[in-house]
Design a binder for this molecule. Structure first.
Ligand SMILES: Cc1cc2nc3c(=O)[nH]c(=O)nc-3n(C[C@H](O)[C@H](O)[C@H](O)COP(=O)(O)O)c2cc1C
Length: 336
């Protein structure tokens, strides 16, 4: 109830401003002290995935804390893991504002942020400073000005730098807001990427005597045949996990609603079924060899259970948190 009142006020301001304001408020020391006084640890079952032990199955999806500025405060919500990023080798502004749009009737968001971030070095510094002892995933991408043929270099730079500090690393090749990025999901570009990142992971493993799993984050706009091919390649290259899915370019479910014609990726409730269907296809074709992290439109206990029943080992949430607040996370963790 309290969150829905706050939400009413927040929804009166520009979404990106509301987002920063909420996170900054959350980061206030006094607010954290009060929260800790009232919040009891949530009883949950630990789960092993990618060789790591997760406190529970529910994680924060990439994009909310792009620079790792809020790791400690977000961890108090109860998340079993937090994925920060997407971060790129060099800082970049992203697309011109406004670039986040709400569609409240559909419980959806359209965003075209374009990897606005302060760069990998800034993020690493924040991870070093954080007191959070849980799982931190680092989601990496390419800079806007890096040609798609050279994109692998950007991923390798980020892996090299972040390897000692990340619990796992996500290769984001599915954001719709960086031109040509999704081409990395296909054919020779995909194979070359998988080959080089696996070689890099192996080199880093020997350097640090620490195995950091690598997950690939895919788009919900792939056909069944494309998904089957991706599964085959993920198995061939022994990738550690797949994250399904990023936002969709298919806005047909929100046509006619305010903001539906804005360019960008659609997330939230309209993505729920689409991403769950993709998890089912992945589960069938990965033959239990690679775990799936399910993300897209989780806004209730039921929708979280559906993703798990379709084959997801872990779940991530972004839009559901904006529409329902931190209570949603506690509720799902308690009831899974
Ligand atoms: C404003 C916004 C920014 C996002 N930024 C990123 C990002 O930087 N990297 C990424 O991999 N996904 C990003 N996402 C996608 C989410 O991580 C998630 O995959 C997607 O929103 C579907 O989940 P949801 O329906 O729970 O929001 C972003 C989503 C939103 C709404």
């Amino acid at each position: 109830m309290f969150y829905y009142l706050i939400r009413k006020l927040l929804f009166l301001i520009d979404p990106e401003k509301a987002h920063v304001l909420t996170l900054k408020f959350f980061n206030l020391k006094n607010f954290q002290i009060i929260r800790k006084m009232f919040i009891k640890p949530i009883p949950s079952k630990k789960i092993k995935c990618m060789g790591l032990i997760f406190k529970n199955r529910i994680g924060l999806a990439a994009g909310l804390d792009k620079n790792g500025d809020y790791i400690d405060s977000l961890s108090t919500i109860g998340f079993g893991f937090i994925e920060v990023g997407t971060v790129t080798p060099i800082p970049q502004y992203g697309n011109p504002k406004p670039r986040i749009f709400r569609i409240p009737e559909a419980e959806a968001i359209i965003n075209r942020m374009g990897f606005n971030n302060l760069g990998i070095d800034y993020l690493i510094n924040n991870i070093k400073k954080s007191k959070f002892k849980g799982i931190i995933g680092v989601n990496i991408g390419k800079n806007k000005n890096t040609k798609i043929e050279d994109a692998v270099k950007d991923y390798l730079i980020c892996i090299e730098k972040v390897y000692p500090y990340a619990s796992y690393i996500t290769i984001n090749i599915s954001s719709p807001n960086t031109i040509h990025l999704r081409k990395l999901q296909y054919g020779a570009l995909f194979n070359d990427l998988l080959d080089k990142i696996k070689k890099k992971q192996n080199k880093m493993y020997h350097k640090y005597s620490k195995y950091v799993p690598i997950a690939i984050k895919i788009s919900p706009d792939l056909s069944k045949d494309e998904l089957i091919y991706i599964c085959y390649q993920l198995i061939q290259y022994k990738i550690d996990a797949v994250i399904a899915t990023n936002t969709t370019l298919d806005h047909s479910s929100v046509y006619g609603m305010k903001n539906s014609l804005e360019k960008g990726g659609l997330s939230g409730l309209p993505l729920q079924k689409k991403s769950t269907d993709i998890i089912s296809i992945l589960y069938k074709n990965l033959k239990k060899k690679i775990p799936i992290i399910g993300v897209g439109g989780v806004n209730s206990i039921r929708s979280a259970k559906e993703k798990i029943q379709s084959g997801a080992h872990l779940i991530q949430i972004y839009s559901g948190l904006i529409y329902h607040g931190p209570k949603l996370i506690t509720k799902i963790i308690k009831n899974l």
